[in-house]
Design a protein. Structure first.
Length: 230
């Protein structure tokens, strides 16, 4: 075979190969366009029950796949105040029913963040409510020898609250009874700092000056507006 014929055959072969590659590339491109996008095929769904989330009360966090089936082994995190700069606090993995139970410790805006191999990370926002706000009152029970015994009365929405923690000058003195009451003996002429708190309720800080000749009186303010810890 002459060199000219060999040259023509090579040109034709290269042209045919180029057309085949172009057709295959076009077919591959069509497959990529019509196939499901990752955001649709691997997006997790998060549900919380009950919908009204209360501080200190357990809720179920349920994780499902796009078909609505429970996802086992998904890692669940919670964070306060929409903090997406980090995953938040790890609270556990979902069980075979796709469930993790959790009780939120603070009120306010939170996010629930979920991740699982093979799925895109997902999160939802929710608001955690307080059970109520504590109110403080006291009545003089007896006095004498420079001492004053008061019965402290703790209520919320007009109802007594039992098992409220009460601290006097950073010392725990006990819990309120089922009438929301607790008695304590104070010394005349001293200033006392009283903290009342219970999980799920807005606590209070009370500063009382018991100077019999007149002092600053009693000041009551929400506990969360102070930096007090006991």
């Amino acid at each position: 075979m002459s060199k000219r014929k060999i040259f023509y055959l090579l040109v034709v072969t290269v042209a045919i190969a180029s057309v085949c590659v172009s057709i295959l590339a076009h077919q591959q491109l069509r497959v990529n366009i019509t196939g499901p996008s990752p955001s649709e095929s691997s997006k997790l769904k998060i549900d919380v029950t009950p919908e009204d989330v209360i501080v200190g009360e357990k809720v179920k966090i349920v994780v499902r796949n796009p078909e609505g089936k429970p996802v086992r082994g998904a890692k669940v995190y919670v964070a306060r105040n929409h903090n997406l700069s980090a995953k938040g606090t790890y609270i556990g993995e979902t069980n075979f029913s796709g469930v993790v139970t959790y009780a939120f410790k603070e009120d306010g805006q939170h996010i629930i963040y979920v991740e699982k191999d093979g799925f895109l990370p997902q999160w939802i926002n929710l608001y955690v409510k307080l059970k109520g706000k504590l109110s403080f009152g006291w009545k003089l029970k007896e006095s004498g020898n420079g001492e004053l015994t008061y019965t402290m009365c703790i209520t919320s929405n007009g109802y007594p609250v039992e098992k409220v923690e009460i601290y006097v000058n950073s010392t725990f003195i006990g819990y309120t009874d089922n009438n929301g009451e607790l008695s304590y003996t104070f010394k005349r002429g001293k200033v006392y700092e009283i903290i009342i708190k219970k999980e799920g309720y807005r606590g209070l800080l009370i500063i009382s000056d018991l100077n019999p000749e007149g002092g600053t009186g009693t000041v009551i303010q929400p506990l969360n507006l102070t930096n007090k810890t006991v």
